[in-house]
Design a protein around this ligand. Structure first.
Ligand SMILES: [Zn+2]
Ligand SMILES: [Zn+2]
Length: 187
């Protein structure tokens, strides 16, 4: 069975080199849905608590919220960084607080201090699914990701591969010693 969690992400981007309106900088509220699959955890009668999926995923997804997402070869990137630099906000600002944990993968690098994500490929809905799966595949048993942004939507299914042992009392993942970090249950 699956536990399903949804996230709203507000971001700006453009499709550099694309022949269409999307080559201009514009914004979206994107809706990302993550479906986590496993056997029912008998103790709590659920696959995985959705608020825990929320916490784990939001830690990295925060980087995409209220951020600018540009491809690494987009000439807007140095131009914008130059403006941020001159304004003194390139490396953070006291009012830039809702920051995610910085990450770097093959497909994307996050700069939370500048609210920027630099991607290898154009950040289409398909591109976003690839990036998110890559970031979370080892932490959650992701069976499906759907991303909707404006009139565009895409989804992809994945084979779940992790053996995640869950607490029979509160449902969250046990740590490497078989202990629940939330309620202290020990296997
Ligand atoms: Zn767009
Ligand atoms: Zn527990």
């Amino acid at each position: 069975m699956r536990s399903i969690t949804t996230f709203d992400l507000q971001y700006a981007h453009r499709f550099y080199g694309f022949k269409g309106e999307a080559q201009y900088l514009h914004g979206h509220t994107g809706v990302l849905t993550i479906e986590v699959e496993d056997e029912i955890n008998e103790g709590v009668n659920m696959v995985f608590p959705c608020n825990e999926i929320q916490k784990t995923a939001w830690n990295v997804l925060k980087n995409f919220d209220h951020s600018l997402i540009l491809r690494e070869d987009d000439p807007l990137l140095p131009a914008i960084l130059d403006v941020y630099e001159k304004q003194g906000i390139r490396n953070g600002h006291p009012q830039n607080q809702m920051k995610g944990e910085a990450f770097q993968t093959e497909l994307a690098k996050a700069y939370p201090d500048a609210r920027l994500v630099v991607t290898k490929e154009t950040m289409t809905v398909e591109g976003m699914i690839k990036i998110v799966y890559d970031l979370l595949k080892d932490k959650l048993n992701i069976a499906k990701i759907t991303f909707t942004s404006g009139v565009n939507a895409a989804s992809a299914e994945f084979e779940t591969r992790n053996r995640i042992e869950r607490c029979p009392l509160c449902g969250i993942s046990l740590d490497e010693n078989g202990v629940c970090p939330k309620c202290g249950y020990k296997k």
